[in-house]
Design a binder for this molecule. Structure first.
Ligand code: SAH
Length: 348
């Protein structure tokens, strides 16, 4: 197996070409093609046949295939299911807002975190994605949809901090001037709270937004919903968030999916307000997306209203996320699950 060329930064490719005895300017030409989304060496028409053959023997290159594409009739949200080179599948969602198009990418095939409300984790972790595979979710969502992508959220399938090195490399690739050139300030990385990695992330000096999936402000509720809380705890998470904010100066976002009768009481709202104010965090409330295999239901409109009022009265900075693509299963892992279920039915 050759080297994964799409996972390489321009300088790495240049160095590699020098090692192979190839002229430097050839690396720049190849990088131009890669930046345009060309994923076969024969498509690089300004290279000699001989050079193309040499590249084929040195490098691996692959273009993800669209397994399914659903376009929401309600809001134009597009959901892709891509087939990777080993036959695994991951989801990507393209959402259109007034300020531009946001792509939500997966970072792993499956997930080992086991959150009780999430569809992505049901079959466990299959494997981590390569930097090139995450990059190509963005690249081919843009090419296929014809919508220029200006923002990225790492909120698809997987826990990005469980695939730390590959995700960091992806961020460098997508941010690279000769690549897609998407600014770090337009990127959000979402985590269930793998606090051991917060210092490493801060040390990368990337001005992205860290989103923390809080979903409950107390250990009793949070440990029930999110196994990642067991052995870490909310207090420690809050301390690590504070430290991250002090180090980077980047305001943290708390994600909070409102679940009927589970995390939406007055007690939860008051404690959430306290947690958010302690960190200076912005709170993003999301009505839970019901997942077939899970028992949870979204909070009622009445409960949400009361919850929001407590947060607002306390002076917390909040937004309530619009539900997009609800007719195309556009939430975390639902499409991949459906596909697996279908395969199960077919294979008995
Ligand atoms: N592993 C990372 C990123 C992937 S999930 C994390 O945990 O943050 C992206 C977001 O969707 C997380 O906030 C996650 O908790 C949330 N999520 C998962 N299932 C959901 C559901 N059924 N309804 C609403 N939000 C959900």
């Amino acid at each position: 197996m050759g080297k994964d060329i799409v996972s390489m930064l321009p300088d790495e490719l240049t160095e590699d070409f020098i090692r192979l005895g190839l002229p430097k300017f050839r690396a720049a030409q190849v990088y131009d093609w890669l930046g345009k989304g060309i994923r076969d060496f024969d498509g690089m028409t300004n290279l000699s046949k001989e050079l193309r053959e040499k590249l084929k023997s040195e490098y691996d290159i692959y273009r993800p295939k669209v397994l399914s594409k659903q376009v929401s009739k309600l809001d134009g949200t597009i959901k892709y299911l891509w087939e990777l080179k080993d036959g695994n599948a991951v989801e990507t969602v393209v959402m259109s807002y007034k300020h531009g198009n946001t792509v939500c990418v997966s970072s792993q095939v499956g997930c080992r975190q086991g959150c009780a409300f999430c569809a992505s984790t049901i079959g466990g972790l299959v494997r981590c994605l390569e930097p090139s595979e995450i990059l190509d979710e963005v690249m081919f969502s843009q090419i296929d949809s014809g919508k220029r992508i200006s923002n990225i959220v790492l909120m698809g399938i997987g826990e990005p901090l469980d695939n730390f090195d590959n995700v960091m490399k992806f961020l460098r690739l997508v941010n690279c001037e000769k690549g897609m050139n998407i600014g770090m300030r337009h990127i959000s990385l979402s985590t269930c709270g793998i606090t051991e990695r917060f210092d490493d992330l801060a040390a990368q000096d990337m001005p992205l937004t860290l989103s923390v999936s809080l979903h409950a402000p107390d250990d009793e509720t949070r440990s029930k919903l999110m196994p990642a809380n067991r052995g870490r705890g909310v207090e420690q998470l809050i301390d690590c968030c504070k430290k991250y904010y002090e180090k980077t100066g980047r305001r943290i976002s708390f994600e909070y999916a409102m679940i009927d009768g589970v995390n939406d009481t007055e007690m939860h709202a008051r404690l959430l307000a306290k947690r958010a104010l302690a960190v200076g965090a912005h709170v993003n409330l999301i009505p839970l997306n019901h997942v077939e295999e899970r028992k949870f239901q979204p909070s009622t409109a009445g409960h949400m209203k009361a919850f929001i009022k407590i947060l607002e009265d306390a002076g917390v900075n909040i937004t309530v996320r619009r539900k997009l693509g609800s007719d195309v299963d556009a939430s975390c892992g639902q499409l991949r699950r459906k596909m697996q279920n279908k395969e199960k039915q077919i294979n008995g």
